[in-house]
Write a protein that binds this ligand. Structure first.
Ligand SMILES: Cc1ncc(COP(=O)(O)O)c(C=O)c1O
Length: 362
């Protein structure tokens, strides 16, 4: 069963009080005056372009990709990274193989399974057949040795990787990468972009990004995918054209209210406000890191993403999760939910109210 589903089925109400440090609770408001006009009769608008409002596409391109050759029409505004990961899987279809960091956000593997790219789940190793699991450990700085990764059609990289956030910014080469496409996902609240990569065309990859983390937009639902013009299939057909077809078929455009908020985010005041939000979560993170350090645990991450990855060597993540829940009434996330490489860790989220974080760390 999926980790989060399992957590939901636990009877949390049986505990007197529970402090949830396993997810996002509330996002801090940004000043989004631009969305106010949408609440008026004259300012309301109906369906917009599936690819997103031109102004927002242009603002994303100039804010995050200046000098990288990505222009406004290369940006597809979305309702978040998770949905775009699945749309990309639809784009590539079932006849491809993929590799993924292990541990990493479960959507890559799960969408691959749903699309039929994998073999059966192998219980003994807790892996799906046909997926390349790129092991990320404290020893390799939570970034795989690319030269040892077997060839696959698609490689997903997440920067900064959730759950660990320790992956370096990407600029690396994939040996023999002629037919390899790398898809990087940027979700960090603390840094912007980027990514990379490779294949027959150096330094070209798709990038999936989101406002969820660094703008605190988790429930607002806004993100984007950038597809460089140079990215073509081997028969010369542009990948962006194909993705455009998928987007227009499976999606009717991001909410206009969310897009107004996104435009506010990438204004100078918005960027300042986002940094303030990020600063707040960094303080939460520091409180959690200090708590676990003072208890003698080794922690990773928590620098570029609001997640602290606590190591319990040799122990089952689920046992540690249950023990923390039962003894302290704090909900964390078992690391094994992010892949077999997450066994022995729990992930603690700093994306919450300050009072909850302080209460949990008491
Ligand atoms: C690595 C990663 N990618 C994607 C998402 C989901 O992003 P979005 O809210 O844009 O769908 C998350 C949320 O936790 C995440 O950690």
């Amino acid at each position: 069963m999926h980790t989060l589903l399992k957590i939901q089925t636990l009877n949390l109400s049986a505990l007197e009080s529970v402090t949830q440090l396993n997810q996002f609770q509330k996002s801090l408001p940004l000043q989004c005056q631009r969305s106010e006009v949408l609440s008026t009769v004259s300012g309301y608008s109906g369906y917009g372009a599936e690819q997103g409002e031109q102004k927002l596409r242009a603002a994303i391109a100039s804010t995050y990709y200046a000098g990288l050759g990505i222009e406004e029409n290369d940006i597809f505004v979305s309702d978040g990274a998770k949905s775009d990961i699945s749309r990309l899987q639809v784009l590539f279809g079932s006849n491809v193989t993929m590799a993924v960091q292990d541990p990493s956000y479960p959507a890559y593997v799960d969408s691959s399974v749903i699309l039929g790219q994998t073999g059966l789940f192998e219980n003994d190793v807790e892996k799906y057949a046909n997926i390349g699991y790129m092991r990320c450990t404290p020893e390799n700085g939570f970034f795989p040795d690319i030269s040892t990764v077997r060839r696959t059609d698609i490689i997903f990289f997440c920067s900064q990787n959730n759950p660990t956030d320790d992956s370096p910014r990407f600029i690396f080469e994939i040996p023999g990468a002629k037919e390899v496409r790398a898809i990087s996902e940027f979700s960090s609240p603390l840094s912007v972009l980027l990514s990379l990569v490779l294949c027959d065309i150096p330094q070209v990859a798709l990038e999936v990004s989101s406002f969820s983390k660094y703008a605190g937009f988790t429930g607002v639902r806004l993100g984007w995918t950038a597809i460089p013009k140079e990215l073509h299939y081997s028969d010369g057909f542009p990948v962006a054209k194909d993705f455009n077809r998928i987007v227009c078929t499976c999606f009717n455009g991001a909410s206009n209210i969310a897009q107004a908020g996104g435009l506010a985010c990438v204004s100078p005041e918005g960027i300042k406000a986002m940094h303030e939000v990020v600063g707040f979560y960094k303080e939460n993170t520091a409180i959690i890191v200090d708590t676990f350090n003072s208890l003698g645990f080794k922690v990773y991450g928590g620098k570029n993403a609001p997640y602290v990855w606590v190591h319990f060597p040799g122990r089952s993540s689920w046992d540690v999760f249950s023990e923390i829940l039962e003894k302290t009434h704090v909900v964390t996330t078992p690391g094994s939910g992010f892949g077999p490489g997450g066994e022995g860790f729990v992930r603690v989220s700093a994306f919450g109210h300050r009072e909850n974080v302080i209460e949990a760390c008491r």
